[in-house]
Write a protein that binds this ligand. Structure first.
Ligand code: UD1
Length: 417
């Protein structure tokens, strides 16, 4: 298994361009199943999660080559356990398959490292649209004679449920209203893509999304092209990378407005940031001050940037606190960070981070995607060479991480084994 060697402390300089968003790409790839024609993507990120989702589309009969997906002839409505268990986002094929073909059989995703992550909100929303849903032998079996638009009030603004229900509603008869919908920028990107396919989706980015259903017969099959939005979480990671090493970097290729709360938090800690519409420049900021942060659905502080911020908090002046409200077990980076000299206590969903830790390199192990990013950042600030193991977690969500960090002057090597 490959690992990363990072020799710290590093001094960043230069410019990095983030890739397109993983979390926008996955639902958009799922939405290609709604369309009886070819979809072309100009910038799919080079990530194992994307390759993997493409395998699922192929297993259903879609033709996928060189950034295109053609789901005009689908042969199977079943996503197998062997595929789904590798990536929870696979459950996003349920909504589009059910909507277009009136049937779908998708393996029930299990829990994952960061929490149990049920899909009850996805399923009860589809039932509201008229689907019959059964769980049989570990599979979600969904079918319907037809779906009929309805008002669905989500008990929690789940990102995946909002996306799955937007797609399920695409061919439902009449109007569907999703209330208390998630407002993440990735949902807006999905709505923009669905609009290009010919669907009527309004209100994405607010908590009320309205979809006017179409019939399969009215769809065209003209090739559609889409460019996916930049990855705000990747951007946040590199910005924090410059701050944790008290150095500079210019991070481009994403909408800075999508990171409003992260940038505000960093500024309140003393970060010197030059914020442009599509880029953020980190200036030398000295030692930042600790703070308190609570993760929340967008536009709140993203859970996906929590681990990276925690790595930064450990070298700040004064103590910090993070309350994790989205996932029940998202502090797995804490014991690994402790190996590098962090002093963090966890009590339930709250982590108390001691400031001004003196960081020393250590061999560490990745446990999930964003936890791994925190370890990389810590290694960049720690004295000596850290070995980061199990980096397949990083490959899921950070395209060309080692190359990009190298271009920012980080002493990093990806060692093949
Ligand atoms: C998406 C993102 C993930 C991010 C998360 C929260 C993708 C591919 N992944 O995950 O990176 O961390 O949003 O911003 O976009 N829940 C239920 N029942 C449901 C659905 C969700 O209880 O039916 C719970 C989950 O267990 C979790 C919380 O709601 O505790 C948030 O989940 P959700 O917003 O659905 O996250 P994902 O779409 O899985």
């Amino acid at each position: 298994m490959d690992y990363l060697d990072i020799q710290g402390p590093c001094a960043l300089k230069g410019t990095v361009k983030v890739s397109s968003s993983k979390n926008a790409s996955l639902p958009i790839l799922a939405a290609t199943l709604l369309y009886p024609g070819k979809c072309r993507f100009t910038n799919l990120p080079e990530l194992s999660d994307i390759n993997f989702f493409i395998q699922i589309l192929q297993s259903l009969g879609a033709t996928c080559e060189e950034g295109t997906v053609d789901a005009s002839s689908i042969e199977s409505y079943q996503a197998d356990y062997d595929l789904v268990r590798k990536m929870r986002a696979s459950v996003l094929v349920l909504g589009p398959l059910l909507s277009r073909f009136k049937q779908a059989r998708v393996s029930l995703p299990g829990g994952c490292a960061i929490g149990s992550r049920p899909v009850d909100i996805h399923l009860s929303g589809m039932e509201k649209l008229g689907a019959n849903i059964k769980i049989e032998a570990g599979y979600i079996e969904a079918s319907c004679e037809k779906l009929v638009g309805a008002k669905i009030v989500l008990p929690f603004p789940s990102v995946g449920a909002t996306e799955n229900l937007m797609m399920a509603a695409a061919y439902a008869e009449g109007e569907t209203i999703i209330d208390n919908a998630a407002r993440e920028p990735e949902i807006e990107d999905l709505a923009n893509f669905m609009t290009k396919l010919g669907f009527s989706v309004e209100g994405a980015g607010t908590s009320t999304i309205v979809i006017k259903g179409r019939s399969v017969e009215e769809m065209s099959s003209i090739e559609v092209t889409h460019e996916i939005i930049g990855d705000r979480i990747e951007a946040a990671t590199y910005i924090i990378g410059a701050l944790i090493t008290n150095s500079t970097a210019r991070v481009e290729g994403f909408k800075s407005v999508h990171l409003d709360i992260v940038l505000d938090t960093l500024k309140s800690m003393g970060a010197q940031l030059l914020i442009e519409e599509d880029a953020v420049e980190v200036r030398p900021s000295g030692q930042l001050s600790g703070t308190r942060v609570e993760t929340a659905p967008y536009p709140g502080f993203p859970t996906d940037a929590q681990a990276q911020l925690m790595a930064l908090m450990g070298v700040c002046k004064g103590d910090s606190q993070i309350s994790e409200h989205i996932f029940e077990n998202r502090f797995m980076h804490v014991p690994e960070l402790a190996r590098m000299g962090y002093d963090i206590k966890v009590d339930g969903r709250v982590a108390y981070i001691k400031g001004e830790s003196s960081l020393k390199a250590a061999p560490v192990m990745c446990t999930d995607l964003r936890a791994s990013a925190a370890l990389v950042l810590a290694a960049m600030a720690a004295e000596g060479t850290s070995q980061i193991n199990r980096i397949y977690h990083l490959d899921r969500g950070y395209a060309k991480l080692a190359d990009k960090l190298k271009s920012l002057n980080v002493n990093i090597e990806r060692v093949k084994q």
